[in-house]
Design a protein around this ligand. Structure first.
Ligand code: EPU
Length: 417
């Protein structure tokens, strides 16, 4: 195991490039299962979750070739319909193969994911939607058994906005007979990117990015080439890192339009965020203002930025209320931040942060991906040395984070525990 050791108190300055979005790359790589022949995907980040999904695709019979950030996938040899326990346990997004396997093979056997550190995270809406498309679904020995002689278009309403649920249903419906309408669909940029990739394969999807997505089934899809969108959460993480160190950084290769809620909240806190010709300039301030934040489905403030933003609020003047409405247990970073001197009280789905107490370096433990990012950011701002252990969580979703932050002048290094 490894840990990241951070010497706090160094201003971030310079230029950093964002990688491709993990949560766009995962469903888009999976969508290759819907075609026969070589698909080429560009700007794929080199992350643990991406390696896991590639392993799953290979297990299912696909050929996968990687060259730098280019990944080529040919699923002509698809010969298995099972996503085993060990892979789904490692990464819940493995359930994304459910829709494409049903569409292509008429059968899928996928381990039912359990809860995870941030919440129970059921997939009942994925399964209900697939049933509405005509699949027969049962649960046997911890596995979802899904079968469908043919899928038929249907009207599907999501009780709750679900990102991977929308993606799974979209991938199941592209080869179904007739028209499928997804209502109360997720509007995340990653959903739009998947729809664009599928349309390039020959799918007929309209409305992605709105709450109503319409999919007209087609006979078959053909392979394509597609570039993964920039990671908006990695971008937001760098923005906050600049904010907490009173830094001045330029973030290259990001998409400001995907970051409106985050930019708005940072600006309210007093951080300068400006679009420059080739990137976003982020400049911190000596006096951070406290702002309230409520996580919501896109275009609201993303739950995946809540932990990082909380660190900024620890340094703000005054009180801020951070409400988490997406996941029921996503304040696990709070007790670690408290060890660094943060004054935070959690009551139900809200955390009250009393800013201005300053942070001091401590040994802390990462518990999930975004919590790890928040602890590293806290370490950059803290007085003294912070050691973040269990950093394997961070490698799931951030490409070379310690190298990128070190390139910006942060003092941090990865060492064996
Ligand atoms: N939900 C249900 N039933 C379902 C599906 C979801 O009740 O069938 C509930 C969940 O329990 C949760 C809410 O709906 O309360 C939203 O969950 P969603 O399904 O949207 O989450 P997800 O698709 O499993 C994706 C991202 C997460 C991100 C969330 C919310 C991927 C691979 N994962 O998860 O990313 O937090 O959307 O935006 O796209 C991360 O990258 O660190 C991460 C956790």
């Amino acid at each position: 195991m490894e840990k990241i050791v951070i010497e706090g108190g160094h201003r971030l300055e310079g230029t950093v490039a964002v990688s491709g979005a993990k949560n766009a790359a995962l469903p888009i790589l999976v969508s290759a299962l819907l075609t026969e022949g070589w698909n080429t995907f560009h700007n794929v980040p080199d992350l643990r979750d991406i390696r896991t999904i590639k392993r799953l695709l290979i297990d299912l019979g696909a050929k996968v070739q990687t060259s730098g950030s280019m990944v080529e996938i040919d699923a002509s040899g698809l010969n298995s319909y099972e996503a085993p326990y060990d892979l789904v346990r490692t990464m819940r997004a493995s359930v994304l193969v459910l829709g494409p396997l049903l569409a292509r093979l008429g059968r899928a056997r996928v381990s039912l994911p359990g809860g995870c550190a941030i919440g129970a995270r059921p997939i009942n809406l994925h399964l209900k939607g697939l049933e509405e498309l005509g699949a027969l679904i049962s649960l046997e020995h911890g596995y979802i058994e899904a079968q469908a002689r043919s899928l038929k278009g249907a009207e599907i309403y999501f009780d709750v906005v679900t990102v991977t649920g929308t993606e799974n249903l979209m991938m199941a419906a592209v080869l179904a007979k007739g028209v499928t309408t997804l209502r109360n669909a997720a509007r995340e940029p990653e959903v739009v990117a998947l729809a664009e990739a599928l349309n390039r394969m020959g799918a007929q999807i309209t409305g992605a990015g709105t709450p109503v997505i319409t999919i007209t089934g087609v006979e078959a899809l053909k392979p394509t080439s597609f570039t993964i969108i920039p990671d908006r959460i990695e971008t937001g993480t760098f923005m906050v890192a600049a904010g907490v160190t009173q830094g001045n950084i330029k973030i290259m290769g990001c998409e400001a339009n995907h970051l409106r809620a985050i930019i708005h909240k940072l600006q309210q806190a007093g951080i300068t965020v400006e679009q420059e010709e080739d990137g976003l300039r982020v400049v911190g301030t000596e006096t951070i203002s406290s702002v309230d934040v409520k996580t919501l489905p896109y275009p609201g403030f993303p739950t995946d930025m809540q932990a990082q933003f909380m660190v900024l609020m620890c340094l703000a003047n005054g009180l801020s209320v951070i409400s988490e409405t997406i996941f029921e247990n996503r304040f696990i970073h709070v007790s670690e931040l408290q060890r660094m001197g943060a004054d935070i009280t959690v009551s139900g789905t809200a955390a009250v942060v009393r800013g201005g107490t300053g942070l001091t370096g401590a040994r802390v433990m990462a518990t999930d991906l975004r919590a790890s990012a928040s602890l590293i950011i806290a370490g950059l701002a803290a007085e003294g040395t912070t050691e973040v252990s269990r950093v394997y969580h961070i490698d799931r979703g951030y490409e070379c984070i310690e190298k990128k932050l070190a390139q910006l002048g942060g003092h941090l290094r990865r060492v064996p525990e």
